[in-house]
Every structure is written in structure tokens, then in C-alpha cells.
Design a protein around this ligand. Sequence first.
Ligand code: GRG
Length: 303
Amino acid sequence: NESINIPFPAFQFKEYMVAKAKQVNEALGEAVLLQHPEKIHEAMRYSLLAGGKRVRPVLCLASCELVGGDASSAMPMACALEMIHTMSLIHDDLPCMDNDGLRRGKPTNHKAFGEATAVLAGDALLSLAFEHVAAKTTNISPDRVVRAIAELGSAVGSEGLVAGQIVDIASEGTEVSLSELEYIHVHKTARLLEAAAVCGAIIGGGNMIDVERVRKYARSIGLLFQVVDDILDVTKSSTELGKTAGKDLVTDKATYPKLMGLDNAKKFANELLAQAIEEIAYFEDAKSAPLYHLANYIASRQN
Ligand code: GRG
């Protein structure tokens, strides 16, 4: 995967990701306790604590710090983002949606707990996400908290994730155009990453210009994430083909390399990376290092 690598002062990105993810995992464990009724809380914890990369929470915390905020004040929002991401995966895996049996290396929620519980675990995580931000965010002005909650809501509902999912479902079995493919990815993937960064910057005290720069950065890395995913599907050798890649070949899903050719898809990925980095170039290097490295990590990941 030939991504461009724009030089930047040394920064221990992996250590940063691991340290932040650990804090997020601890906060998530405390946010959903194994209490009565145990079955629903067990199902919520099962998927929430199943070890995702925690990209959205870390993006939120890093954006908070980028604009000079204290990451701890954005932790409830960071947890809310992961709760929403997790519930979208639980619902996406249901028999009425993608009908998947494995997620994050474990049986999917409905395989482990049954369909009714999986639906309810998703619903409960979605509701808890908003409650958690509203109830647990401290030392931040109420108008900023309300703005962040509004941003989060718009990213998830019928103009956000749900919009991407319904257009994706409707496009099954049809010839998908490049603009339709982009619509699906922007809504299913980029929109929540965008909300993660924007909410972090709002809570961190960023001004309007900072917040919009961070929004554009996250939009670019969100789309980049999917373009790289599509490129990896093609470039992985057949022996390495994972479950998703194999499935994509069978269903002949639209991808960037398929619609624009592999070289153009790689070019597009490099443009998105450059756009993302341009947006954060306005901030001090020491503050933007995590976001800079996160963009490069998304561009050059190999699986
Ligand atoms: C949100 C109310 C509501 C309902 C759900 C099912 C649905 C609507 C939307 C589908 C959203 C979906 C499955 C998007 C794909 C997102 C994506 C890129 C997942 C992979 O993210 P990673 O790589 O995964 O960050 P980990 O496991 O590391 O967290």
C-alpha cells in the first residue's frame, strides 16, 4: 500500500494509542456495570468490552487536546462514541441486516445472547451513550455539552449512520455509482469519526474555525479508512483473504478499485491523506502529532 509519508517530529504513536485505549476501556467498564437485570448488562458488556481498536474515542480525546482541552473532560463523550459504534455493529450483524456470526474475533451478540437481547443491548447502548455524556461530563459549559450532544445525534440518526445503512441496503444487487458509494461510506463510517473529532474539539474549548478544521480532517480520514479497506481487499493475496474480503468477492460489492481502477484508488487515498494533514497543519506540531500519526496509520495499515 503505497501511501505518502509526510515527515513529522518523532512521536510514540503506538504507545499513545495503547495508553489512551486502556483509559477508555477502564472508563467503559465502569460505565456499564454488571447489575440487575444481568442478562442485558452482560450482553452490553460482551460487545462493548470485546477489544475494538477504539479509534473513535481516541480521535475524540486527541481532538480535545489539540485545541488545548484536558482529555479527561472528553472521556464521557469518548465512551459514548464507542457505545454507539458498538451498538451499530451489534445491529449490523443481526440476521435482518448482514447476518454475521463473528465480530471482533468472537461470536456476534445475537449468536451469544439471542436476537431479542441483541436488539435490546443495542438500544440500551444507544440510549446510555447520550445519558452518559449529559450526566457525566464535568467542568464544561452546558452550551458546549449541548452542542456536542446535538452533533452526536445528527451523526447517528437518519442523516448519519442510519442514512448510510439504509442506502447501503437499498443498493444491494444494483449497480452502484461512485457518488453512491461515497455517500454510503461518508455516512456509515466518516460521519461518526467526524462527530468524534468535532465533539472532542467542542468539549476541549475550540473556536468555530478550529472545530471546522477538525471536522474536515476527520471527514477525510473517514473516507480514507474505507478507500484503504477497499484497496486491501484487492491487494491481499488470495491465501490471505479474510472473511470479509472473501464475502465481498462473492457478492461482487462495489469498491473504489472496481469503480475507478486500483491506481486511481491509491491516488485518491493519497489525496485524502494530504487533505487531512493540511487541515491540522494550522495547529502546533506538538499538539497535532497524534492526529497526524493517526491519519498516517489509517493510510498505511496492512490489514
Ligand atoms: C446507529 C441507530 C443506529 C443503528 C445502526 C447498522 C447501522 C445502523 C449502521 C451500520 C454502521 C456500520 C456497521 C458501519 C461500518 C463501520 C466500520 C468502519 C466498522 C469498522 O470499524 P473499526 O475498524 O472496528 O474501527 P473496531 O472493531 O476496531 O472498533
